[in-house]
Design a protein around this ligand. Structure first.
Ligand SMILES: O=C(O)CCC(=O)C(=O)O
Length: 285
């Protein structure tokens, strides 16, 4: 664990955070599967996120990866559970509580992406729930970019897809973004959204420092690439709420080339489909 300790012991009241129509934000998240909380972080809070991300980049975990090692630009990804304290420090817990209308929920950890050093390729379209056996409405990532990103370099979403088909994961293969993570699975292969963009209702925004894009982990999303000269540092902080249950429907998965299946299989052991999802490995926030 790196920087987990919270600097404050009580939540920042919603009234002390930048004002927002939280009911409208919650309704957008429910219907579209994503909402951009524009200007949600104060400059001070944004500075704390930036310090946390820089700490994580300077202290990569043993499972950090450089995707597409044969490409000139760096496309780095890492996961950790180092920033639970940050959740409280920047008022993210108050925001999540306002979106869900619940008081008790859990921090699942963070994932970092860094693209720099030239034109970097896209993050393939995928759903996070393909990699997690979790079901429920209270399952989100708060995606924060530390660098201003015009829409064409932002994270993109298929509107409403969190209520649609659950697809096989993406193997992040160099030659084919839809190549399935699980070579054997009942989940259908991802559609080629990038090649058929007009066939999908794609949502994204120009994002500025301070914006927090919140999305349901079942939403189809893909990250745009970068242009030379653009550095793109992003962090996704994930949360689950009390309505999340174990998704025990048969997937007959096998043949994953990578993933956190081994660690998660101990969490899933013995669970019945629909059982409340265990929280012992998570941080209550
Ligand atoms: O920032 C990106 O390009 C990818 C983000 C992503 O896929 C995620 O947060 O799940």
């Amino acid at each position: 664990m790196g920087q987990a300790a919270a600097a404050t012991t009580t939540r920042i009241p919603l009234s002390d955070l930048p004002a927002r129509d939280w009911a409208a934000a919650a309704a957008a998240l429910d219907s579209d599967g994503v909402v951009n909380l524009k200007g949600a972080l104060t400059p001070e809070a944004f500075g704390k996120v930036e310090a946390a991300v820089e700490w994580s980049l300077a202290n990569p975990s043993p499972t950090a990866v450089k995707f597409y090692p044969n490409e000139p630009a760096k496309f780095f990804e890492d996961r950790g559970h180092n920033h639970a304290g940050l959740v409280r420090d920047i008022g993210l817990d108050s925001m999540v509580g306002a979106l869900w209308g619940v008081d008790r929920f859990w921090y699942m950890g963070e994932q970092l992406f860094l693209k720099e050093g030239g034109a970097s390729r896209r993050t393939p379209w995928h759903q996070d729930t393909s990699y997690l056996r979790m079901m429920g409405s209270q399952l989100i990532a708060c995606w924060i970019s530390l660098d201003p990103l015009p829409k064409e370099h932002c994270l993109e979403f298929v509107r409403g897809s969190h209520k649609g088909t659950l697809y096989n994961g993406s193997a992040f293969a160099a030659a084919d973004d839809t190549a399935p993570l699980y070579k054997q699975s009942r989940l259908p292969r991802l559609p080629d959204i990038q090649a058929n963009r007009d066939g999908f209702d794609i949502l994204s925004w120009d994002v500025e420092p301070g914006d927090v894009v919140v999305f349901h982990l079942g939403a189809l999303h893909g990250g745009a690439g970068t242009a030379p000269g653009l550095r793109r540092r992003t962090i996704s902080m994930r949360f689950m709420g009390p309505d999340v249950v174990f998704d025990g429907r048969a997937r007959d998965e096998a043949g994953a080339q990578e993933g956190n299946d081994a660690a998660l299989s101990t969490v899933y052991a013995g669970l019945e489909h629909g059982a409340p999802f265990p929280t012992g490995h998570l941080t209550a926030v």
